[in-house]
Design a protein around this ligand. Structure first.
Ligand code: NAP
Length: 280
C-alpha cells in the first residue's frame, strides 16, 4: 500500500468469516491495480457513521452484507434499478462523493447459472424454495432475464406470498405451499434452493423429498458450504443437472469488481482463491 492506494471493502456484522478480502485482493494484485479490500465489522447502530466514513475517506466503494443490505438504502444518493426492485444493496460505488447502490447478488447468480450450465432462462418455469433475502435477489434477476413462471414455496407462507406478489409486475409469479410442490415439479425446468437447509453443519438435511427430483430438472443450490449439498447429491443420483452455490459468490464479486475498477474481473483466479480458502 502507498499514498495512492484506492480502498474498498465489506461492511457486515459479523464479517470475520468473509472470503471477499482474499478474493478481491488477489484479483486486484493480478491486474496490478493499486486497490485494496478490507473487512469492516460494523454494528447496526454505527452504519450511518460507517457510510460517512466511505465519503470522508474517499473509499471507491464497498460491499454490504448481513445485516446492512436493506438498512443502508436511506444513506445512499442513488439506487440502481435492479437493486431498487430487489429492495436491497450489496455493492456501493463512490462516484466523486455520490454513493450509488447496486445489487450484484441476483445478476451474479444468473450469470453463474448461465455460464456454468449453459441454460437459457427465457421462457423457463422455475421453482424457488425459500423467500429470504437471497431468494428476493435471485427471483428479481430471473424475472428480468425472462423466466416465464416463478413459483415460490416458503416455510412461512406469508413471506412467500409477499415475495410472489412483489414479482408480479416482472413475471408470472405465484406462491405455493410446500405440500403443493409435487403438483408443479413435473412442469419446472429449474429448482433453486435458497433456504439454509443443508448448510454446514446440518449437511444431512434436504429441503424437499429426493423422490420429487427427476432427470429433466436443473437443480441449483445457493449454499456453498458444503460445496455439494445433499440436495445436489440426490439430484445427480436421479440424473438431474446440478448447479452449485459457489458461482453466485464469485460472480457477485466479479460484478462489484467491474463496477469499482472498470476492468473485467479475473473470474478463474477468484474462484481458485476462494476454493483454496474453503479447503483450508
Ligand atoms: P434469510 O434471509 O435468513 O432466509 C432464509 C430462508 O431459509 C427463509 O426463506 C427461511 O424460511 C428458510 N429456512 C430457514 N430454515 C428453514 C427450515 N428449517 N426449513 C425450511 N426453510 C427454512 O437468508 P438468505 O440471506 O436469504 O440466505 C439463504 C441461503 O442462501 C443461505 O444458505 C446462504 O448461505 C445462501 N446464500 C448464498 C449466497 C451465494 O453467494 N452463494 C449468497 C447469499 C445467500 P422462513 O421465511 O420460513 O424463515
Amino acid at each position: 500500500m502507498d499514498s495512492h492506494t484506492i480502498m474498498t471493502g465489506v461492511l457486515g456484522f459479523p464479517v470475520r468469516h468473509s472470503l471477499s478480502p482474499q478474493m478481491h485482493n488477489k484479483a486486484f494484485q493480478s491486474l496490478q491495480l493499486n486497490f485494496r479490500y478490507g473487512s469492516f465489522s460494523v454494528e447496526p447502530s454505527k452504519l450511518s457513521d460507517a457510510v460517512r466514513g466511505i465519503r470522508g475517506l474517499g473509499f471507491r466503494g464497498v460491499n454490504v452484507t448481513i445485516p446492512h443490505k436493506v438498512a443502508i438504502l436511506p444513506y445512499l444518493d442513488e439506487i440502481d434499478q435492479e437493486a431498487s426492485l430487489i429492495g436491497a444493496v450489496n455493492t456501493v460505488v463512490n462516484e466523486n462523493g455520490r454513493l450509488i447502490g447496486y445489487n450484484t447478488d441476483g445478476r451474479g447468480y444468473v450469470q453463474s447459472l448461465k455460464e456454468e450450465t449453459g441454460i437459457e432462462i427465457t421462457g423457463k418455469k422455475i421453482l424457488i424454495l425459500g423467500a429470504g433475502g437471497a431468494a428476493r435477489a435471485i427471483s428479481v434477476s430471473l424475472a428480468l432475464e425472462g423466466a416465464e413462471q416463478l413459483w415460490i414455496a416458503n416455510r412461512t407462507p406469508e413471506k412467500g406470498k409477499q415475495l410472489a406478489q412483489s414479482l408480479q409486475s416482472l413475471s408470472k409469479a405465484d406462491d405455493i405451499s410446500w405440500a403443493e410442490i409435487p403438483s408443479v415439479i413435473q412442469q419446472v425446468a429449474v429448482v433453486v434452493n435458497t433456504t439454509s437447509v443443508g448448510m454446514f453443519p446440518n449437511i444431512e438435511e434436504i429441503p424437499i423429498s429426493p423422490d420429487l427430483l427427476h432427470s429433466n430438472l436443473l437443480v441449483s443450490d445457493l449454499i456453498y458450504n458444503p460445496m455439494e449439498t445433499k440436495l445436489l447429491i440426490e439430484a445427480e443420483k436421479r440424473g438431474a443437472s446440478i448447479h452449485k452455490g459457489l458461482g453466485m459468490f464469485i460472480y457477485q464479486g466479479a460484478l462489484a469488481f467491474q463496477l469499482w475498477t472498470g476492468k473485467e474481473a479475473p473470474i478463474s483466479l477468484m474462484r481458485e482463491t476462494v476454493l483454496q480458502e474453503l479447503l483450508k
